[in-house]
Design a binder for this molecule. Structure first.
Ligand SMILES: [Zn+2]
Length: 696
């Protein structure tokens, strides 16, 4: 308490007598709470009441805290929110009673609640404000809260009893009961309720849940901080290592008879006569691997209870559930389109084809079984599909010949209907209005819109190199059916309307595929190094850096040429100006890019060295963090592992790696010309001087 005496409190208020009595009542309640320490005695006092419940059906007596339709709406609102659980829940299947497993379970539940609270706060409330809540474990001996890791290191594991979300309060590092938002009890066998479809938890656990609920309600009731709401419900979460459910308790604790000599009977009486209790069904939260299934009913119930608890302290959220859920429809549609695009390689069944009527530019959808499905939702491109593009009032048709992937997204080898002999790359974007900050869509945007911009700038600046891709055409897709797009611009209601398309040349095989099938040898490595460096040098002359150099973004052109050559594609992440950020790739990004989120002069060359190293059989490390990626780079360079590996291929590649190593992270410009000359000398030895390459 903040040391306000009853006398101070009475200043300016009614009669002194009544204020003293309220102060006395307050002291009484504090004393009541101090003596209310043992959940087992409360449980014993509720035994007969529990018996009557088991005789009747619990579902008749208790309501559920949340309706399914509410949970569904909440689920829609949370679409795209990524809750990140770092500590896995140990599996019940293999669980022993060992301390290590129990300790991990406490760490996992703490981590789970933290991930939930953080995700909810950032989605609904925060506008850059830091999280005002924290998660901590209740230590039974002194009823104080400690971080699980701390408690476990200090040998308190055996005394841990619950995990709570609390309001941050620097003056009370071990928590205050009136600042507990929500409390979770980790008890084995909660999941049995799910399999037995019984609603009422075991009496011992239910007694404990009610005990904690009363404790929190009472603490809030006598609290004088501004945070607590006297009548708010308290949510207690019941979880085991796989399942979970929610108990909600509310009621006016002022109706409790505060007989300090009879605390448990009084509390039991209040439960029976004055409380309202709701119990949710128990559902699965963690899968067998110990990862939370955030979208499942079990996890949603727990999250929704947490959401309501946060609201008691943080007020009405800035973004309502309804508003966030309203975007569900368009997101669903975008995702379906995406999924269909991604599925085209697997499913050969034709659902979407265009056919050009003779002599007419009009496009007609061929009637087939696709009519059974919602035609709106399908955008299926497969081998044989023809797609039409509007490019500055010209209509161009492209037939899909092959479906490829850049590692994440599909793209296509297509041929122009007017000039079927020439193969082209075709990229299909997302409809602009359906863009959302999900990664898939951002990647699609980089692949199509951003890359179109970069290639257009290259064209405008007159950059020409056979090692750079050429923009063939770009524009909007022409969708089947009438287009009712407004004259002022924008799109009509058709789900493909406005979908951007990019067409480039030349076409070739990604280095990633060559490596996979063992066709990337030492000759290829030297040639690849030369050609990519040449492309980088040409782009850099116009201030453009690539920023996403990896084996999927380098192709080998073999068709119609005497000597195969490599082209650096995938320019969507290119850095044109200071504020542009390169792509992040734990294996291929340069050290400077990982560290600063920017590129320096040697960054692309550094990525090129990594690509050559991995493509030539260098061990691909298992990297899952930026720290790990730094570590790998530091060790590999300092032990000269990269130089050694490249030295096995060719002395010039080894020397090149040494040069790049000396430049990494420095502001010094890279001298490409020297290296292009040296590399060319090696290539010409291989090719017996048949082709004099002057374009580098
Ligand atoms: Zn349209």
């Amino acid at each position: 308490m903040e040391g306000i005496s009853p006398d101070q409190e009475s200043v300016g208020s009614g009669t002194k007598r009544s204020s003293v009595s309220s102060g006395g009542r307050h002291r009484n309640q504090k004393e009541f709470l101090r003596r209310f320490m043992d959940s087992e005695i409360l449980t014993a006092n509720l035994e007969d009441w529990f018996d009557t419940i088991s005789e009747n059906s619990a579902s008749d007596m208790f309501d559920v805290p949340f309706e399914l339709v509410e949970l569904q709406q909440f689920d829609y609102a949370l679409e795209g929110v990524s809750f990140q659980q770092l500590v896995r829940m140990p599996s019940a299947v293999y669980a022993s009673t060992s301390d290590a497993v129990e300790a991990t379970a406490y760490l996992a539940i703490e981590d789970f609640l933290h991930a939930g609270v953080k995700g909810l706060w950032e989605t609904f409330w925060s506008e850059g404000e830091p999280l005002p809540f924290y998660v901590s474990c209740l230590y039974n001996e002194n009823m104080k809260f400690y971080q699980a890791e701390r408690a476990i290191t200090n040998g308190k594991l055996g005394g841990l009893r619950a995990t709570a979300v609390l309001l941050k309060n620097a003056r009370h590092p071990h928590g205050r009961w009136d600042e507990v938002l929500v409390l979770a009890l980790l008890r084995p066998d909660i999941g049995n309720l799910a399999s037995e479809s019984a609603r009422f938890p075991p009496i011992s656990i239910m007694g404990e849940a009610l005990y904690f609920a009363i404790r929190i309600l009472l603490s809030r009731s006598i609290s004088r901080t501004g945070f607590s709401l006297k009548s708010s419900p308290v949510f207690v979460l019941l979880v085991d290592s796989q399942y979970g459910g929610v108990v909600k308790v509310e009621g006016d604790v002022q109706k409790l008879d505060f007989d300090v000599n009879n605390v448990y009977e009084c509390a039991a009486e209040w439960i029976k006569s004055h409380s309202r209790i709701a119990i949710s069904p128990v559902d699965r939260i963690w899968n067998k691997l110990g990862n939370a299934n955030w979208g499942d009913i079990g996890a949603l119930q727990v999250l929704f209870a947490t959401f309501h608890s946060l609201m008691q302290f943080a007020g009405v959220p800035k973004h309502s559930i309804e508003d966030l859920a309203a975007d569900h429809g368009s997101r669903l549609q975008a995702r379906r389109i995406e999924r269909l695009l991604a599925d085209t390689r697997i499913n050969g069944n034709s659902l979407f084809r265009f056919q050009q009527q003779s002599g007419s530019p009009e496009i007609v959808e061929v009637p087939d079984e696709s009519n059974k499905m919602e035609p709106d939702e399908l955008m299926k491109l497969e081998v044989g599909s023809v797609l039409w593009l509007e490019d500055s009032n010209w209509q161009k048709g492209y037939q899909i010949n092959e479906v490829l992937t850049d590692g994440e997204l599909p793209y296509y080898v297509a041929s122009s209907v007017e000039d079927p002999g020439k193969a082209l790359f075709l990229y299909v974007g997302a409809r602009p209005s359906q863009l959302e900050p999900a990664w898939e869509d951002m990647n699609l945007w980089y692949q199509v819109q951003r890359q179109t911009k970069v290639l257009t700038i290259m064209k405008q600046k007159g950059l020409s190199s056979k090692y750079l891709p050429q923009l063939s055409s770009s524009g909007r897709i022409i969708h089947p059916g009438p287009c009712q797009r407004p004259d002022a611009g924008g799109n009509c209601d058709h789900p493909w309307c406005g979908t951007p398309i990019l067409v480039t040349s030349p076409v070739g095989e990604p280095v990633a595929d060559m490596v996979r099938s063992g066709r990337f040898g030492s000759d290829e490595a030297i040639k690849c190094c030369h050609d990519c460096l040449s492309a980088l040098a040409t782009a850099a002359s116009a201030g453009i850096r690539h920023g996403d150099l990896r084996p999927e973004n380098v192709i080998c052109v073999t068709s119609g040429v005497r000597h195969p050559y490599f082209v650096l594609i995938g320019w969507g992440h290119a850095v044109l100006e200071e504020r542009d950020r390169p792509a992040m790739n734990l294996h291929f990004s340069s050290t400077y890019a990982l560290q600063e989120g920017k590129l320096c002069s040697a960054s692309d060359a550094e990525s090129l060295v990594y690509m050559l190293y991995f493509s030539s059989g260098g061990d691909l490390p298992n990297l899952d963090s930026v720290e790990g990626a730094f570590q790998w780079r530091e060790t590999s360079w300092s032990k000269r592992l990269i130089q050694q590996k490249l030295g096995d291929i060719s002395a010039v590649l080894k020397a090149f790696a040494d040069y790049v190593d000396s430049l990494c992270g420095t502001p010094y410009p890279m001298d490409c010309d020297i290296w292009l000359r040296r590399l060319r000398r090696h290539i010409h030895e291989e090719e017996h001087g048949k082709e004099v390459d002057t374009s580098g």
